[in-house]
Design a protein around this ligand. Structure first.
Ligand code: FES
Ligand code: FES
Length: 162
């Protein structure tokens, strides 16, 4: 198996990683960079537990090869908090109890973060559509959607007050 040396920026840090041709981005994050927040649910592009951002776009990292991110920017759930401070979105998830087992949560947060970046004021329906690729087996979607809406409302209020 050929080994490739790639350079990738992960959560703002430049990383130099040697990866086999068949290693997925998901495995590279977990096994090479110890970023285990990103979960392996199905390894088949079905559940969204492995969602990360590549150049700002959500992707299923189980369906992407590590070599494909050479020279690109990757954001994982570990990159959402800043200096130990949860993001507004993460805080809203805590407040709404939008987490039970938490297995889906990293992927849900990444998809919701991407939604709010491109559409700071999503409707409930737009939020549900943005999260359609993220399966949650235990919390149910109501609290998750409410948390996203709360984060959006707070961002708008902060902007008004600024
Ligand atoms: S683990 Fe990638 S979509 Fe399920
Ligand atoms: S919180 Fe358990 S799968 Fe979503």
């Amino acid at each position: 198996m050929a080994i490739h040396s790639i350079t990738v920026t992960v959560n703002g840090s430049k990383e130099y990683v040697d990866v086999p041709s068949n290693m997925t981005l998901l495995r590279m994050l977990r096994e090479k960079l110890a970023l285990t927040g990103t979960k392996n649910g199905c390894a088949a592009g079905e559940c969204g537990a492995c969602t990360v951002l590549v150049d700002g776009e959500p992707v299923n990292s189980c369906m992407m090869l590590a070599v494909e991110v050479d020279g690109r920017q990757v954001t994982t759930v570990e990159g959402l908090a800043s200096e130990g401070q949860l993001s507004r979105l993460q805080e809203a998830f805590v407040e709404h109890n939008a987490v039970q087992c938490g297995f889906c949560t990293p992927g849900v947060l990444i998809s919701a973060h991407a939604l709010l970046e491109r559409n700071p004021h999503p409707t409930e329906e737009e939020t549900r559509v943005a999260l359609v690729g993220n399966l949650c087996r235990c919390t149910g979607y109501l609290r998750i959607v409410q948390a996203v809406q709360t984060a959006a409302d707070r961002a708008a209020l902060e902007k008004e007050g600024a």
